[in-house]
Design a binder for this molecule. Structure first.
Ligand SMILES: Cc1ncc(COP(=O)(O)O)c(C=O)c1O
Length: 432
């Protein structure tokens, strides 16, 4: 007899012993008071400052967004009631897809229930349906792209992260007549580095490949109208398929792709992950529409975000807290050890009411465990001061060696000696 529960427990115990077991903070966001939230723990409630949200611009609490969602909810009710094909296409979905076309200057757009699904469903459909297709996938691509490529059953070549020579070396190995798709991101979520979009698109043209660009961590934040890094770099027209999320800087939920109309019609017609699921509630589409339009005409949120990011980076530098000094809004503070990383996060929460979730393997490679700090326009100088003071104290109390953690001058993480606690440091508490 197989004891299934023992099988599960064994795997979970292994995860716990490695320090990679995930524990969710039980939070209640406070509308109108972003980035503050209530933290429910052990029958008590305390107010904390969130420093790890992907609601990068605080749009989940924006007045226009809330009003649009409330009005739509009252007007058409809660759920959509069906798949897009069977009574689930509401006028709000149509308006949102049209708006996404304007945003990315593409002929057509297609909504999915999440950014994950947009990647997974689109790539698996393309790889399955284009005969003899080969994927060229950046080695740091998000799990959703990896899963989509895998599900397609098509051949896959992984190229070195942001490495044009390696990409070209691999492209050259295949006949020009063979269909190819290059899948990559504009801002990599864990290191916060940018990809060379223009150069990758040039290679794609040279070798007759399609380009699929994930702008999940860029939409809303980069570009004059918040269309992402491709807009900022003036290369939107060179990318074949732009994928994005409505859940991060746009503050709502949902994902999408935009491309030429034949491409979108192809995915719309053949993608199981699009066809066989109930569509997003119309009020969600209304909120996302309002958010996109707000950020299209207002740059103040973007400007404030980058001021806070710059102030925080300066303060971290002054206090010798090592982080990956990329050019983006993502601030990875490398700890380099899973247990220390968990303990650092727990101490920040318990002792300083500062919430930064630890990021451990497999989200990042082992020995690159980190506190991934994300700011927003709503974080104040006082909050920055409190965060940096708390980090200094946590580094000291846990014996984290600042000089061993991470190179400060690189856009990517170089292999480093893990920052293990010295032997005379207090023994780390068991992982929560
Ligand atoms: C690079 C990247 N792509 C896609 C996704 C999935 O997007 P969503 O959260 O909208 O499902 C994520 C999520 O964190 C991501 O980091």
């Amino acid at each position: 007899m197989i004891n299934y529960l023992e099988v599960f427990k064994e795997s979970l115990n292994k995860l716990k012993s490695e320090g990679n077991y995930r524990v969710f903070a039980d939070l209640e966001k406070l509308a109108g008071n972003f980035p503050q939230a209530l933290n429910y723990k052990d029958n008590s409630v305390s107010e904390v400052t969130v420093w790890c949200s992907n609601d990068y611009l605080g749009m989940s609490q924006n007045k226009d967004v809330l009003e649009s969602m409330t009005n739509a909810l009252k007007k058409v009710g809660a759920g959509s009631g069906g798949t897009r094909n069977i009574s689930g296409t509401n006028h709000y979905h149509v308006l949102l897809e049209r708006e996404l076309c304007y945003l990315h200057q593409k002929e057509a757009a297609l909504l999915f229930n999440s950014g994950y699904l947009a990647n997974q469903a689109t790539l698996s459909t393309l790889g399955k349906k284009i005969p003899n297709c080969v994927f060229f996938s950046d080695e740091k691509n998000h799990a959703s792209m990896i899963q989509g490529i895998k599900n397609s059953g098509a051949k896959k070549v992984i190229f070195k992260h942001n490495n044009l020579d390696d990409l070209e070396k691999n492209l050259k190995k295949f006949p020009k007549s063979q269909p190819k798709i290059i899948a990559f991101e504009s801002v990599y979520s864990m290191d916060g580095d940018f990809s060379p979009i223009k150069s990758i698109c040039s290679l794609a043209q040279k070798y007759n490949a399609l380009t699929f660009l994930d702008e999940v961590h860029a939409v809303g934040i980069y570009g004059e109208r918040g269309a992402g890094v491709a807009e900022r770099d003036k290369v939107m027209d060179q990318v074949d398929i732009i994928q994005g999320t409505l859940a991060k800087a746009f503050g709502v939920i949902g994902g999408y792709i935009t491309a030429k109309k034949e491409t979108i019609d192809f995915v719309r017609s053949f993608s199981s992950g699009f066809i066989f699921t109930t569509s997003l509630p119309p009020c969600i589409a209304a909120g996302a529409y309002a958010s996109i339009r707000h950020l299209k005409f207002s740059s103040s949120e973007r400007e404030k975000l980058f001021k806070v990011v710059s102030d925080l980076k300066n303060s971290l530098k002054k206090n010798n807290i090592p982080f990956i000094d990329n050019k983006s809004h993502i601030i990875p503070v490398i700890i380099g050890d899973p247990i220390l990383c968990k303990n650092a996060s727990q101490m920040l929460l318990d002792d300083f009411q500062v919430y930064v979730q630890p990021i451990n393997y497999p989200t990042v490679p082992r020995r690159e465990e980190r506190l991934r700090i994300t700011a927003s326009p709503q974080h104040t100088p006082k909050m920055i001061k409190k965060l940096v003071t708390a980090l200094c104290s946590v580094y000291k109390n846990l014996g984290i060696n600042k000089s061993m953690s991470v190179p400060l001058d690189k856009e990517t993480v170089a292999p480093t000696t893990p920052s293990l606690a010295p032997s005379d440091a207090p023994a780390p508490a068991p992982a929560p």
